[in-house]
Design a protein around this ligand. Structure first.
Ligand code: GLU
Length: 312
């Protein structure tokens, strides 16, 4: 359970998945998360979301931390590594199982993606609930040939929240999301669950991240409430694109490591802050200066364009 003293301190975090390099847009997200919480006098945490250790090599995580440190976006507490927290997730999974139904699911990919499966807007499928009512005998039988994943049964409830950038967001968990996975069949905990637990355990009061995660937020809020945590405030930032309005990639040209490796720290900070709308001219700026002048009102609401040519 979160201690009250922790929640009184504004707490923000940046939580990259080190499955590859960071691009400049990820770096901008880290900067906004940092400035937002520091401008409130709070603390900033870095959490490495390396649940899937096969996809997330330590070297990528070290590189990300190196880039953040290079810009001064350092964690106020030891970096949290999700790969080392399985025992916490296990404990919380048990707690959740006492409050709602968590059940094994043996469905294959083909069964899940059957033609009649209702689709989500992001192309995923809404789980049919086929394994929801298996008897213990059926479970024992099916376990002989297949390792199940574990899902949580969601209620027919609307989760409503006001994102501080995207506005009011409503999602019916049953109709628009469905019973979702807490733990994969290989034992790896799912992103949604680990994020809810870690944001709750760290006393996070605000989350700044990309708009692509807006539709994940109702699930996380619901899990946090069930586990007795107070959900944070959310700022889902608009898509960050290159100068031509194309989605950024992690290619050499857009990589955050290249940026910090090529230009002085304050030049990179000023460039990112200018592109986001925080300062009015494209110049060098210190972190202290940006903390002083930061306000969400200044941050662009439409696409944020990171035009590399501004650095030449
Ligand atoms: N690890 C996620 C990502 O890199 C972000 C998680 C979050 O901020 O909640 O996309």
């Amino acid at each position: 359970m979160v201690k009250d003293s922790k929640r009184t301190v504004p707490t923000g975090r940046f939580a990259p998945t080190p499955s590859g390099e960071m691009h400049a847009g990820n770096l901008l997200c880290a900067l906004l998360a940092y400035l937002s919480v520091k401008s409130k006098g709070g603390r900033f945490l870095v959490r490495i979301e390396d649940l899937d250790t096969d996809r997330c090599p330590r070297s990528s995580a070290d590189k990300i931390i190196g880039v953040l440190n290079e810009l001064g976006l350092t964690s106020d507490e030891p970096v949290i590594w999700q790969s080392g927290r399985a025992s916490v997730y296990r404990e919380k999974e048990n707690e959740l199982g006492r409050k709602t139904r968590v059940y094994p699911c043996f469905c294959t990919r083909a069964q899940l993606h059957a033609a009649e499966a209702p689709r989500l807007s992001d192309g995923g499928v809404i789980y049919s609930g086929a394994c929801r009512r298996l008897t213990s005998q059926q479970i024992a039988e099916m376990s002989k040939s297949r390792r199940p994943c574990y899902r949580v049964e969601v209620p027919d409830t609307e989760i409503v929240f006001t994102d501080l950038l995207a506005g009011e967001t409503v999602q019916n968990l049953k109709r628009q999301c469905g019973d979702f996975i807490l733990r994969r069949s290989d034992g790896v905990y799912a992103y949604q669950f680990a994020v809810a637990v870690d944001d709750g355990e760290s006393g996070v009061t605000e989350v700044v991240r990309g708009n692509d995660l807006l539709s994940s937020t109702p699930r996380q809020i619901w899990l946090m409430r069930l586990l007795g945590y107070t959900p944070p405030a959310y700022y889902h930032i608009p898509l960050v694109c290159d100068g031509d309005g194309r989605k950024l990639s992690k290619s050499e040209g857009d990589s955050a490591a290249r940026l910090v490796g090529t230009y002085p720290r304050e030049r990179v900070l000023g460039y990112l802050a200018y592109c986001a709308g925080i300062i009015e001219s494209n110049r060098a700026a210190s972190l202290e200066e940006l903390i002083d002048c930061f306000s969400w009102e200044k941050v662009r609401r439409g696409k944020i364009l990171l035009d590399k040519h501004l650095l030449i």
